[in-house]
Design a protein around this ligand. Structure first.
Ligand code: MTE
Length: 177
Protein backbone atom coordinates (compact mmCIF):
# COMPACT_ATOMS: atom_id res chain seq x y z
CA UNK A 1 0.00 0.00 0.00
CA UNK A 2 1.18 3.52 -0.81
CA UNK A 3 2.41 5.29 2.37
CA UNK A 4 0.17 8.04 3.67
CA UNK A 5 1.36 11.54 2.85
CA UNK A 6 2.15 13.85 5.76
CA UNK A 7 0.80 17.37 5.44
CA UNK A 8 1.70 20.24 7.76
CA UNK A 9 -0.80 23.07 8.23
CA UNK A 10 0.52 26.26 9.84
CA UNK A 11 -1.63 29.25 10.76
CA UNK A 12 0.54 32.32 11.25
CA UNK A 13 -1.44 34.87 13.24
CA UNK A 14 -0.66 36.85 16.40
CA UNK A 15 -4.33 37.05 17.35
CA UNK A 16 -5.27 33.44 16.66
CA UNK A 17 -2.16 32.21 18.53
CA UNK A 18 -3.14 34.35 21.56
CA UNK A 19 -6.67 33.02 21.45
CA UNK A 20 -8.19 36.47 20.64
CA UNK A 21 -10.17 34.68 17.94
CA UNK A 22 -10.67 31.18 16.74
CA UNK A 23 -8.44 30.13 13.85
CA UNK A 24 -10.57 29.65 10.75
CA UNK A 25 -7.73 29.36 8.23
CA UNK A 26 -6.19 26.08 9.42
CA UNK A 27 -9.57 24.28 9.57
CA UNK A 28 -10.45 25.68 6.10
CA UNK A 29 -7.26 24.11 4.68
CA UNK A 30 -8.00 20.78 6.39
CA UNK A 31 -11.63 20.82 5.11
CA UNK A 32 -10.42 21.47 1.57
CA UNK A 33 -7.87 18.63 1.73
CA UNK A 34 -10.54 16.24 3.11
CA UNK A 35 -12.75 16.98 0.13
CA UNK A 36 -10.09 16.77 -2.53
CA UNK A 37 -7.58 14.04 -1.61
CA UNK A 38 -8.49 10.43 -2.37
CA UNK A 39 -5.17 8.91 -1.22
CA UNK A 40 -4.27 8.44 2.46
CA UNK A 41 -2.94 11.47 4.33
CA UNK A 42 -2.34 12.67 7.86
CA UNK A 43 -1.93 16.19 9.15
CA UNK A 44 0.03 18.12 11.72
CA UNK A 45 -1.52 21.46 12.58
CA UNK A 46 0.14 24.46 14.31
CA UNK A 47 -1.06 27.96 15.21
CA UNK A 48 1.84 30.34 15.80
CA UNK A 49 2.55 34.08 16.19
CA UNK A 50 3.96 36.28 13.42
CA UNK A 51 7.54 35.86 14.66
CA UNK A 52 10.06 35.11 11.95
CA UNK A 53 12.34 32.78 14.01
CA UNK A 54 9.30 30.84 15.22
CA UNK A 55 7.90 30.47 11.69
CA UNK A 56 11.28 29.31 10.39
CA UNK A 57 11.69 26.80 13.27
CA UNK A 58 8.18 25.44 12.70
CA UNK A 59 8.75 25.00 8.96
CA UNK A 60 12.10 23.28 9.59
CA UNK A 61 10.58 20.96 12.16
CA UNK A 62 7.63 19.98 9.95
CA UNK A 63 9.91 19.37 6.97
CA UNK A 64 12.95 17.76 8.62
CA UNK A 65 11.61 16.03 11.75
CA UNK A 66 7.94 15.38 10.94
CA UNK A 67 8.74 14.50 7.31
CA UNK A 68 5.84 16.45 5.81
CA UNK A 69 5.83 16.23 2.00
CA UNK A 70 3.54 19.26 1.85
CA UNK A 71 3.40 22.21 4.25
CA UNK A 72 0.74 24.87 3.78
CA UNK A 73 0.78 28.15 5.69
CA UNK A 74 -1.97 30.74 6.01
CA UNK A 75 -1.49 34.35 7.09
CA UNK A 76 1.28 36.89 7.33
CA UNK A 77 1.71 37.46 3.61
CA UNK A 78 0.54 41.09 3.45
CA UNK A 79 2.55 44.32 3.66
CA UNK A 80 2.02 45.04 7.39
CA UNK A 81 5.09 45.29 9.63
CA UNK A 82 4.40 41.94 11.33
CA UNK A 83 3.69 40.09 8.05
CA UNK A 84 6.87 38.02 7.63
CA UNK A 85 5.68 34.59 6.45
CA UNK A 86 7.23 34.86 2.94
CA UNK A 87 10.59 35.97 4.41
CA UNK A 88 10.58 33.05 6.87
CA UNK A 89 9.61 30.65 4.08
CA UNK A 90 12.37 31.85 1.78
CA UNK A 91 14.88 31.69 4.64
CA UNK A 92 14.38 27.91 4.96
CA UNK A 93 14.26 27.29 1.19
CA UNK A 94 16.55 25.21 -0.99
CA UNK A 95 14.63 26.36 -4.08
CA UNK A 96 12.07 29.08 -4.75
CA UNK A 97 9.02 28.03 -6.79
CA UNK A 98 7.71 31.36 -8.15
CA UNK A 99 4.95 29.81 -10.29
CA UNK A 100 2.77 29.08 -7.25
CA UNK A 101 2.62 32.70 -6.08
CA UNK A 102 2.15 33.95 -9.64
CA UNK A 103 -0.83 31.66 -10.26
CA UNK A 104 -2.42 32.31 -6.86
CA UNK A 105 -2.20 36.08 -7.34
CA UNK A 106 -3.61 35.78 -10.85
CA UNK A 107 -6.73 33.89 -9.73
CA UNK A 108 -7.12 36.06 -6.62
CA UNK A 109 -6.92 39.30 -8.63
CA UNK A 110 -9.96 38.11 -10.59
CA UNK A 111 -11.87 38.16 -7.26
CA UNK A 112 -10.41 41.01 -5.17
CA UNK A 113 -8.17 43.97 -6.08
CA UNK A 114 -6.42 43.65 -2.69
CA UNK A 115 -4.80 40.42 -3.93
CA UNK A 116 -2.03 42.68 -5.22
CA UNK A 117 -1.05 43.07 -1.54
CA UNK A 118 -0.31 39.36 -1.15
CA UNK A 119 3.37 38.39 -1.25
CA UNK A 120 2.70 34.65 -1.01
CA UNK A 121 5.33 32.28 -2.37
CA UNK A 122 6.25 28.59 -2.44
CA UNK A 123 9.56 26.84 -1.88
CA UNK A 124 11.21 23.45 -1.72
CA UNK A 125 13.08 22.45 1.43
CA UNK A 126 14.64 19.00 1.13
CA UNK A 127 11.75 16.75 0.09
CA UNK A 128 9.03 19.18 1.22
CA UNK A 129 6.96 21.61 -0.78
CA UNK A 130 6.01 24.66 1.33
CA UNK A 131 3.20 26.90 0.06
CA UNK A 132 1.99 30.22 1.53
CA UNK A 133 -1.71 31.06 1.33
CA UNK A 134 -3.24 34.39 2.31
CA UNK A 135 -4.89 34.71 5.71
CA UNK A 136 -8.48 35.27 4.55
CA UNK A 137 -10.34 31.95 4.94
CA UNK A 138 -12.23 32.49 1.66
CA UNK A 139 -8.91 33.04 -0.14
CA UNK A 140 -7.78 29.57 0.91
CA UNK A 141 -10.13 27.70 -1.39
CA UNK A 142 -9.41 30.05 -4.30
CA UNK A 143 -5.65 29.82 -3.95
CA UNK A 144 -5.26 26.18 -2.92
CA UNK A 145 -7.77 25.18 -5.61
CA UNK A 146 -5.69 26.94 -8.25
CA UNK A 147 -2.38 25.25 -7.40
CA UNK A 148 -3.69 21.85 -6.25
CA UNK A 149 -3.47 20.23 -9.73
CA UNK A 150 0.32 20.77 -9.68
CA UNK A 151 0.97 19.48 -6.15
CA UNK A 152 0.87 15.66 -6.67
CA UNK A 153 3.40 15.73 -9.52
CA UNK A 154 5.64 18.12 -7.59
CA UNK A 155 5.62 15.66 -4.65
CA UNK A 156 6.42 12.82 -7.13
CA UNK A 157 9.48 14.77 -8.28
CA UNK A 158 10.59 15.14 -4.64
CA UNK A 159 10.34 11.37 -4.13
CA UNK A 160 7.26 11.58 -1.88
CA UNK A 161 4.16 9.36 -1.73
CA UNK A 162 1.89 9.09 -4.81
CA UNK A 163 -1.01 11.47 -4.14
CA UNK A 164 -4.37 11.09 -5.86
CA UNK A 165 -7.35 13.45 -5.92
CA UNK A 166 -11.07 13.13 -6.51
CA UNK A 167 -11.22 14.07 -10.20
CA UNK A 168 -14.61 15.73 -9.90
CA UNK A 169 -13.04 18.35 -7.57
CA UNK A 170 -9.47 18.61 -8.83
CA UNK A 171 -7.78 16.83 -11.69
CA UNK A 172 -4.10 16.40 -10.88
CA UNK A 173 -1.82 16.74 -13.89
CA UNK A 174 1.08 14.42 -14.48
CA UNK A 175 2.94 14.30 -17.78
CA UNK A 176 2.20 11.24 -19.93
CA UNK A 177 4.97 8.65 -19.76
N1 MTE B 1 -6.67 36.60 -2.07
C1 MTE B 1 -7.95 36.20 -2.20
N2 MTE B 1 -8.24 35.25 -3.10
N3 MTE B 1 -8.94 36.73 -1.43
C2 MTE B 1 -8.69 37.72 -0.51
O1 MTE B 1 -9.62 38.17 0.17
N4 MTE B 1 -6.96 39.13 0.58
C3 MTE B 1 -5.74 39.89 0.25
C4 MTE B 1 -4.61 39.04 -0.30
N5 MTE B 1 -5.05 37.96 -1.09
C5 MTE B 1 -7.35 38.15 -0.35
C6 MTE B 1 -6.35 37.55 -1.19
C7 MTE B 1 -5.26 40.77 1.29
S1 MTE B 1 -6.37 41.96 1.87
C8 MTE B 1 -3.97 40.71 1.80
S2 MTE B 1 -3.39 41.91 2.86
C9 MTE B 1 -3.09 39.61 1.37
O2 MTE B 1 -3.79 38.57 0.72
C10 MTE B 1 -2.24 39.02 2.49
O3 MTE B 1 -3.01 38.60 3.55
P1 MTE B 1 -2.39 37.93 4.89
O4 MTE B 1 -1.40 38.88 5.45
O5 MTE B 1 -3.57 37.73 5.78
O6 MTE B 1 -1.76 36.65 4.48
Amino acid sequence: MEPSVKIGVVTVSDRASRGDYEDLGGPAILDYLKEVLSSRWESTYRVIADERPLIEATLRELADTEGCSLIVTTGGTGPAVRDVTPEATEAVADKIMPGFGELMRKVSLEKVPTAILSRQTAVIRGRSLIINLPGQPRAIRECLGAVMPAIPYCIDLLGGPFITTHDEFVKAFRPKK
